[in-house]
Design a protein around this ligand. Sequence first.
Ligand SMILES: Nc1nc2c(c(=O)[nH]1)N[C@H]1C(S)=C(S)[C@@H](COP(=O)(O)OP(=O)(O)OC[C@H]3O[C@@H](n4cnc5c(=O)[nH]c(N)nc54)[C@H](O)[C@@H]3O)O[C@H]1N2
Ligand SMILES: Nc1nc2c(c(=O)[nH]1)N[C@H]1C(S)=C(S)[C@@H](COP(=O)(O)OP(=O)(O)OC[C@H]3O[C@@H](n4cnc5c(=O)[nH]c(N)nc54)[C@H](O)[C@@H]3O)O[C@H]1N2
Ligand code: SF4
Ligand SMILES: [Mo]
Length: 724
Amino acid sequence: MQPSRPAQAAAQGTVTPTHCPYCALQCGMGLAREGEGVKVVERPAFPVNGGALCGKGRTAPEVLSSRVRLTEPLVRSHATGRLVPATWEEALDRVAEGLAGTRAAHGADACGVFGGGGLTNEKAYALGKFARVVLGTSQIDYNGRFCMSSAAAAGQRAFGVDRGLPFPLADVARTGCVILVGSNLAETMPPALRYLTEMKDNGGSLIVVDPRRTRTAEQADLHLAPRPGTDLALALGLLHLVVAEGHVDEEYVAARTSGWAQARAAAMAHWPEHVERITGVPVPRLREAVRRFGTAEHAMVLTARGPEQQAKGTDTVSAWINLCLATGRPGRPLSGYGCLTGQGNGQGGREHGQKADQLPGYRKLTDPAARAHVAAVWGVDPDSLPGPGRSAYELLDALGGDVRALLLMGSNPVVSAPRAAHVEERIRSLDFLAVADVVLSETAALADVVLPVTQWAEETGTVTNLEGRVLLRRKAVDPPAGVRGDLDVLHGLADRLGHGKGFPTEPEEVFDELRRAGAGGVADYAGITYGRLMEGDGEGVFWPCPEAADGVGHGDGASADGKSTAAAGARHPGTPRLFLERFATEDGRARFVPVTHRDAAEEPDAEYPVLLTTGRVLAQYQSGAQTRRVAELNAAAPGPFVELHPRLAARVGVADGDPVVVVSRRGRATAPARVTPGIRPDTVFMPFHWPGEGRANVLTHPALDPVSRMPEFKVCAVRLEVPA
Ligand SMILES: Nc1nc2c(c(=O)[nH]1)N[C@H]1C(S)=C(S)[C@@H](COP(=O)(O)OP(=O)(O)OC[C@H]3O[C@@H](n4cnc5c(=O)[nH]c(N)nc54)[C@H](O)[C@@H]3O)O[C@H]1N2
Ligand SMILES: Nc1nc2c(c(=O)[nH]1)N[C@H]1C(S)=C(S)[C@@H](COP(=O)(O)OP(=O)(O)OC[C@H]3O[C@@H](n4cnc5c(=O)[nH]c(N)nc54)[C@H](O)[C@@H]3O)O[C@H]1N2
Ligand code: SF4
Ligand SMILES: [Mo]
């Protein structure tokens, strides 16, 4: 493909088919020329969203031409301490010097790299390679650790492979019962709601588990509202009742799983009455959930950040997977367990090597065969590749300590990291910080060098959506003068650090190398090409998709689904559904993991008697760096708030709209009260999209899950005060 082709097509007045820059649904959209810029037009042929978009997607072009868009590099003046405009040569020289100087003085591991799940596959791959080959550092991780890492770890444990959804999203419409655990998809993936509505119209039932009566919970046939942090007990209680009421699929358990006896014993210790005491969900409601889920011919459990962003998130997801396995769901048609991933490339971003313990193709950095394969593609000695580094929060916590310089691309941790005031202080204590971004985010504002980069519509690249569907986002418009792509940034830095050759700037060239590096791995993209992604309606290709010629038995992932194995010579069709014949474990069986409930890292006490949970609103995205720049979105969601129950509001003495101070052991935040009966009286909720005095993450607890290293964003103890 000529990378300039889509842009020319747009110039000729045609529409460029592409994808939204934001969430993991990766809605298809068309971009049509309008004056100097582009406008969004419907792309109904793309299957996942069928033309529908939420307000964020619809308004995304506004960020392309925003007044606050960065259009020239900035460097911090030694004289005044302020960020001042610089040429690209000056800026890249400064970054290369900062990194090389740190490495010379303190060793390779003193240089850190922090990436993002919004980066394209090509960028994520190049960033991981840059860290390991150019800097030689083990200290790389990314914001996906804050996102679906617990579900990924639990999926690996149970199935031997983790892909957000192991089936196309459209299967949801035809199943009989969905338990949606801690997902507010009516606000976080609005076009996906139609699949749940269709499922209900077809006679299926929707069970939503959320401490709040969200717009999603309002759609439910049954809403269970547990105390935050108790989903693990809830799932065990449901499994107990599944056993007690005879809904175990013994034949499936015997034929397709291992470890049932231990998991069963763990669940039987969780009596429904005991579970009611822990979760606050009444026993009759537990029974009702089990009746609906247990008797449905086809059924699914879908989790999102609610149960996952906990210091026991991995075990919690395992408990929900156990419930699915006991009832014979995974690997059966229109059934199974899935995780709704989060960021635009949340899935692909974790497959190509920006995670601390991973190499491209979802390979393990500790596996000698994986190291040898990837090192050969990179033309380096396998022994030169560093080992696994720290997880995201641990890396941020080490800044200014033994990690003294940081290159950051695609994240805004000053707003989005847990215990954010501490993280901000760590970032400020760095010897050197370089940030590549499209706007001056709160984190970029602290940098020594800010590199202004191109956005989605100005560049070509691939992303992998929540279904494992690899998609081509095409360039539709030229970037403003003065802006360069992330791949150009990495090329420029690598060149200055003596590695100009291995860092091409053409995305297709990077993708072709990624295919080679990942070939034979779990997430095998070898059979996917740009040309293939442009075919038909651009509906994409599901991984694993090995190269045709040697497709048979090519990697565990590919053989996870016997149906998708290609005949020699024919091209591999890709794998929309995993596990139909076997799981990707050594013996082909799914593994039950015996888990038991435990408390949150910080339970309420006399001093901090209320639970705080955090999350999202419809009109803002993440740290808000992009969406806070869009007038329509700001009007819809202008600032932070504290959602609380009328009884709690009365106890504290605040009315709707009054400022309320939320205090945790880590800090304090102030925002207007939003009084609603749709939340548990023992819990308050804050969205985390804003900096300033309403910054929710000043309060959150950085306790980490022992397996996934996910922070406990969804539970901590606070008290409420009226401002003095
Ligand atoms: N509008 C919008 N959409 C987005 C994003 C955005 O920032 N804004 N971000 C994208 C990304 S990266 C992600 S990860 C996804 C996240 O998508 P979701 O997971 O749907 O979003 P959250 O609001 O973080 O959490 C979902 C729900 O979990 C509930 N919850 C809180 N604590 C608990 C608990 O202990 N147990 C249970 N069961 N539920 C709990 C909250 O009340 C909330 O309604 O959204 C994606 N889409
Ligand atoms: N309290 C609380 N905190 C949370 C969560 C929660 O539920 N509660 N959720 C967590 C989750 S799931 C996530 S995913 C994180 C997300 O939080 P962040 O990691 O902060 O994510 P974004 O705000 O999307 O930051 C992306 C940054 O990169 C820039 N950017 C966008 N595209 C590109 C690109 O292509 N290249 C470059 N160089 N830059 C780009 C954007 O302008 C923005 O500044 O927040 C986490 N924090
Ligand atoms: S649902 Fe997600 S992908 Fe679709 S338009 Fe909205 S933000 Fe974009
Ligand atoms: Mo996320």
